[in-house]
Write a protein that binds this ligand. Structure first.
Ligand code: 3PG
Length: 383
């Protein structure tokens, strides 16, 4: 595992300019932040720096809403009532001027960094312009650290030994690393779609996990490869030799599912994955399919879960909510319960069981990439 310096080791004096790469890519509806989890998780780092008199420049991307970080500003200001939070519309043109004139302990939020072409291109010249803005770099954005983008990868390298991991980033690395040497019995649950991108993860945990539950559209590839008629259910193109996985006895898929019989009216029925008509599709696991999991959860020492078991964004979230509750209720209190992914987080919050989990990652794709490869570009870029 790549070693890195933590923010607690940084020498911060009043007026030290610190660039913090955050991930404020949060859900926005009607111009308002609807879930501030990622913002909340970055507060410890921001407060730590501001309390020591640093001038804190927050850099983030946002893809939701109108693609502007403006809605994040009032949320930050509310959460940080003792600090002034300013907004900088152009990181290259106006930010340096703002930084030069604010008081120690001030916070500046800069506009969506992806408005610059150089960000996604990991452009060296763009990174160099940003390097000039600060004395120190703090990586707090675990959830975008699977991207080789300029403020994630090229920029921290330019800060050399003045590069530090923020509190949440450090927690992400240490808590998710539990999965690499998980206490047993170890249950791994993977949902969502895009089998090709998630296959390495199943392979990665096959030797160590005692049970792997594959749900969501990922399960459809298992059904189709064993010859089930799954109608118009979503499948990832390709052959993934899923039979070998199920033959191992470790990998299971839901054997009862929710089938949408009419898309327009959203009419559904419960059935088996091999008995769909040509026009029907699987939209969720049936609650009954999760019952087989209960005895395994009762003896589990570690449960790692990412991704919904149904088409959550279309409103088919029942089994994902149920799973959130089952893990909270049935896994022993001292079992490690580690989860991540946007829809998974939403389910844990709606089920009211957030506090029962050992660790909730801010990452979706970043969690998956880190678990599958053991590292991600944003971690490699730290000194
Ligand atoms: C996320 O929401 O997973 C991160 O912010 C990364 O966003 P991206 O998928 O747009 O790169």
């Amino acid at each position: 595992m790549k070693a890195y310096k933590k923010i607690s080791e940084a020498a911060i004096e009043p007026g030290t300019k610190v660039l913090v790469r955050c991930d404020f890519n949060v859900p926005i509806s009607n111009g308002e932040v609807t879930d501030d989890f990622r913002i909340q998780q970055s507060l410890e780092t921001i407060r730590f720096l501001a309390d020591r008199g640093a001038v804190v420049l927050l850099i983030s991307h946002i893809e939701s809403g109108e693609g502007t970080l403006q809605p994040v500003l009032p949320v930050l200001q509310k959460l940080l009532p003792n600090n002034t939070v300013a907004f900088c519309t152009d990181v290259l043109e106006t930010c340096a001027e703002t930084i030069a004139h604010v008081q120690p302990g001030s916070i500046i939020l800069s506009e969506n960094i992806r408005l610059y072409d150089g960000e996604k291109k990991n452009d060296a010249e763009f990174a160099k312009s940003l390097r000039a803005l600060a004395d120190m770099y703090v990586k707090e954005a675990f959830s975008v650290s699977h991207r080789s983008h300029a403020t994630v990868s090229a920029l921290p390298k330019l800060f050399g030994s003045k590069t530090f991991a923020g509190f949440q980033f450090d927690r992400e690395i240490s808590m998710l690393s539990i999965a690499f040497n998980a206490p047993k019995p170890f249950i791994f649950i993977l949902g969502g779609a895009k089998f090709d991108t998630k296959l390495p993860l199943i392979k990665r945990f096959m030797p160590e996990a005692d049970l792997i539950l594959v749900g969501g559209a990922l399960a459809h590839n298992f059904y189709i490869e064993r010859g089930d008629s799954i109608g118009t259910s979503l499948v990832s193109p390709g052959q993934f030799e899923t039979a070998t996985m199920t033959q191992s006895g470790k990998v299971i898929v839901p054997e009862e599912v929710i089938i949408e019989t009419d898309k327009a009216t959203k009419q559904v029925r419960t059935g088996n994955p091999h008995e769909l008509t040509a026009t029907e599709r699987i939209v969720d696991a049936a609650p009954s399919a999760l019952e087989t999991l209960i005895p395994h959860l009762q003896t589990a020492a570690c449960v790692v879960w990412n991704g919904p078991l149904g088409s959550y964004e279309e409103g088919y979230g029942e089994s994902t909510l149920l799973l959130a509750r089952l893990i909270a209720e049935h896994a022993p209190k001292d079992a490690k319960k580690i989860v991540g992914g946007g829809d998974t987080l939403a389910a844990i919050q709606s089920a009211g069981v957030f506090a029962d989990y050992t660790f909730v990652s801010t990452g979706g794709g970043a969690m998956l990439d880190f678990l599958s490869a053991g590292t991600i570009p944003g971690l490699e870029a730290l000194s």
